[in-house]
Design a protein around this ligand. Structure first.
Ligand code: GLN
Length: 499
């Protein structure tokens, strides 16, 4: 059919604006994430013997909320604001969050994280769906559009840890966080210029101007919702700051904090809601939903190991790896580096295998992805045998670990994303996308659990070498076993999912 609007390199011109806006947004997100755990351990919780424990709890709660907020942001965009307003609002909140982090202050630390949580909720889901909306239904270029977009994500994810990490080391944490904020502002400017240049045509507008202009408490909804978003930040900040156990860990609530408790209750609510949806669905819908749900659960387990990179793996890198050329914060660039190198070869591989009719089915790709996660942690656990007299291991193992888990990511993440939209009945596709993002949110609960197990308790502020080696190596061995167990379950469930 006829192609609408201005084109560039065979794609709608709007794609390139979204590409650069998301590149810069992820630059800010991953630049900050690279510094976050080290900043908490060495600054915020520096005085505590259980500084690792506190940092693990905050990192997990922040990560869970930063992905769970996308469910709300996506829904508000669908029903009221539209993509354009949502993305602008999210970007403003996120850059504010980064700039608050750039200001030296322990008390505003949680507020900064909370602003990023709310901002990401409005930005991330909507810019992804915006990409899809640039193509007509059934446009075969959509997949390659998403591959280009995923590349943008990882260019940001690669450059940011290197630059923010370098600034953080040479000039101080707050310069690193400040650069992340400037990155987010750059993303906003790109997006704004796209709107002005008209490259998004009529896409991404609010679904109903009437609703947007209607009033609550005398305030127009288009103003009311952003006010609510800003007001949500201090509430979330309070949740994040109560990272300690409810009741001191000796009540029936055990060592849970506010956020872990909320996510458990939320999990029950989602299960019940899913059960109701399954009950109401037709038999064929029910089967598809079951597969979609399984994919989401396995993706969550995978991210649960993968997202350790910003916490346990960063600490391991700083305490136990003989790094070369880069520092511990900068090792956060390695995942994105491998994704950039590998995404084209792997998509060519799928094309090649499809031609020979050897293309593995989704469940097998997932089982392979989880196996690769298992092998990657197994390799990391082997590094313990190569430790030198100081208890430091060669950098090589960390490189190989990131290589393997990145291949696993490319077997799962892009594949799952497109499968979810195929498998969901149209009337709940937005809800299922929300469930998909919740898989990342729950992954951070796994990250928090593992992070707490692998916390090193010490009065020594410069934990290094043999002081921490055994904790990490033992942990990596266990993670490898669990990841392998999950992979085997997917292999067994594969034939069932096929039906
Ligand atoms: N690295 C990807 C991104 O930032 C996926 C992260 C995730 O979903 N947990 O978009």
């Amino acid at each position: 059919g006829t192609i609408e609007g201005p084109q560039m390199m065979g794609h709608p011109k709007g794609l390139f604006y979204l590409f650069f806006a998301e590149l810069w947004e992820r630059f800010s997100f991953y630049g900050m994430r690279a510094l976050l755990t080290l900043y908490m351990v060495n600054e915020i919780f520096e005085a505590l013997t259980s500084r690792d424990l506190a940092a693990a709890a905050v990192y997990a709660s922040y990560g869970s909320l930063v992905y769970a907020s996308t469910v709300v942001g996506g829904r508000v965009s669908d029903t009221l604001l539209g993509f354009r307003r949502s993305i602008m609002l999210g970007g403003i909140l996120m850059s504010l969050g980064h700039f608050v982090l750039a200001v030296e202050n322990e008390y505003t630390f949680y507020l900064a994280l909370a602003l990023i949580v709310v901002g990401n909720g409005f930005f991330k889901p909507n810019i992804s769906t915006f990409v899809g909306s640039l193509y007509k239904d059934g446009d075969t270029r959509k997949d390659s559009g998403f591959t280009i977009f995923y590349m943008g994500i990882n260019i940001g994810g690669f450059a940011a840890p290197l630059l923010c990490g370098w600034l953080g080391r040479e000039y101080g944490w707050h310069y690193g966080f400040g650069l992340a904020g400037i990155g987010m502002l750059a993303g906003l400017i790109v997006f704004w210029r796209g709107i002005k240049a008209g490259v998004f045509l009529d896409k991404g507008m609010a679904p109903s101007v009437e609703r947007l202009e209607s009033r609550v408490l005398g305030i127009k909804k288009k103003t009311f919702v952003p006010i609510l978003a800003f007001l949500a930040a201090p509430v979330i900040a309070m949740m994040l700051s109560s990272y300690g156990a409810i009741g001191g860990g000796d009540t029936f609530l055990g060592d849970q904090n506010v956020v872990t408790l909320i996510f458990k209750l939320l999990g029950f609510a989602i299960l019940i809601y899913m059960a109701v949806i399954m009950y109401q669905a037709t038999a064929s819908e029910r089967k598809k939903l079951a597969v979609a749900l399984m994919i989401t659960v396995f993706m969550s387990i995978f991210w649960g190991f993968h997202e350790l990179s910003g916490s346990v793996i960063t600490l391991f890198a700083s305490r136990n790896v003989n790094l070369w050329l880069i520092d511990a914060a900068q090792t956060n660039a390695l995942n994105s580096m491998w994704i950039i190198i590998l995404s084209i070869p792997i998509s060519l591989l799928w094309g090649f295998l499809a031609k020979k009719k050897l293309n593995p089915r989704t469940p097998y790709k997932f089982a392979l992805g989880l196996s690769l996660a298992a092998v990657s942690f197994f390799v990391l656990s082997l590094s313990g045998n190569a430790a030198d007299s100081e208890g430091m291991v060669p950098f090589f193992y960390l490189m190989v670990m990131y290589f393997l888990i990145s291949v696993g990511e490319l077997f799962m993440s892009p594949v799952g994303l497109s499968k979810i939209t195929d498998l969901s009945p149209q009337r709940i596709v937005a809800f299922m996308m929300g469930v998909w993002f919740l898989s990342s949110a729950y992954a951070f609960q796994i990250v928090g659990f593992i992070g707490k197990q692998l916390a090193v308790e010490s009065t020594d502020k410069d934990v290094r070498g043999f002081e921490s080696l055994d904790t990490y190596i033992g942990g990596f061995e266990l993670i490898a076993k669990y990841a392998f167990g999950a992979a085997i379950i997917v292999f067994i469930l594969g034939p069932i999912m096929k039906r």
